[in-house]
Ligand binder design. Structure first.
Ligand code: MG
Length: 295
């Protein structure tokens, strides 16, 4: 075969390949569910004397998800179940709360992380949570480099993923910005870890605050996360309520719509002013930005 024939046959193969891959891709597109904006909040962001009062306010303002911390969660399961009972609010993600660090240089700290993550997963499952948020290591928690840390994490995750699936929940890896964690900063990196681990219990999330420091495109970041994305944190540029500074969510919401996102978008932020006034205003702002995100 001469060079000309080789090029011709390569073109034929690539055309067949294109047709072969385009048709299922289009079919998949048609099956994809339409994305929904399900607003959630960490419990600390909503004003109220009791958790029940917070849940009632959250629902009145149009929220439907409650995110709680994982620290001491076993002792709070009943309280949380009571607080959401009879309302339209469900538990969204559980935010960390474990001891140790999954990619610590110290094997004892890694062991501590695995044990305590498994304990929290049990409570997360009882609360029918969408997943437990995990940061592999903050900057002060490991001396390992990126290559060593990734190897340890990929080896550790199947066991945690299995524990999560047993509890009918998930692990959600959270990329942070370099000021907090040099390891795992971009959504595509978290997605590549999920792909390599290839376990239904190992998924990920995105946080608009960290994304504003690390991503070149919110939409692109969510597209690269795709099917692995199961939670989103919301905060403005200065890490206050969405709408309290110039941070736009439209480009990111466009990405969520493109992947048919079905999980929660949850407030993890401060508040300038009275939360009784500012939180409902922020929810309204988010709904408006969602409408503006046309695809
Ligand atoms: Mg976050």
């Amino acid at each position: 075969m001469n060079r000309r024939d080789l090029l011709k046959s390569a073109a034929a193969v690539s055309m067949t390949g294109m047709l072969g891959s385009t048709v299922p891709a289009l079919a998949q597109q048609a099956e994809k569910k339409q994305a929904v904006l399900k607003i959630s909040s960490q419990d600390g962001r909503i004003p109220g004397k009791s958790l029940r009062e917070k849940v009632e306010k959250l629902e009145k303002w149009g929220g439907c998800g409650l995110e709680v911390g994982g620290g001491g969660l076993a002792g709070r399961v009943k309280e949380i179940q009571e607080a959401i009972k009879g309302t339209g609010v469900k538990v969204s993600a559980i935010c960390a709360g474990f001891s140790g660090a999954p990619i610590s240089h110290d094997p004892e700290e890694r062991k501590k992380a695995v044990t305590t993550i498994k304990e929290i997963l049990k409570s997360a499952g009882e609360l029918e949570s969408t997943g437990l948020i995990i940061v592999p290591a903050f900057n002060n928690q490991t001396t390992l480099d990126n290559k060593e840390g990734r190897k340890i994490l990929v080896e550790m995750l199947p066991e945690l993923g299995e524990a999560a699936v047993q509890c009918k929940t998930r692990i959600l890896l959270e990329p942070l910005n370099r000021g907090e964690a040099f390891f795992l900063r971009q959504l595509a990196d978290a997605a590549a870890i999920c792909r390599d681990v290839n376990h239904p219990g190992i998924c990920m999330m995105g946080d608009f605050y960290h994304m504003s420091r690390e991503e070149t495109s919110d939409c692109g970041a969510f597209l690269s996360a795709g099917k692995y994305l199961h939670h989103v944190h919301l905060a403005s540029w200065k890490r206050n309520l969405p709408g309290q500074d110039e941070r736009s969510f439209v480009d990111g919401f466009r990405g969520l719509k493109m992947i048919g996102y079905q999980d929660y978008c949850s407030l993890e932020c401060g508040c300038v002013g009275n939360p009784e006034v500012e939180v409902p205003k922020s929810f309204e702002f988010l709904r408006k930005q969602w409408e503006e995100a046309t695809i």
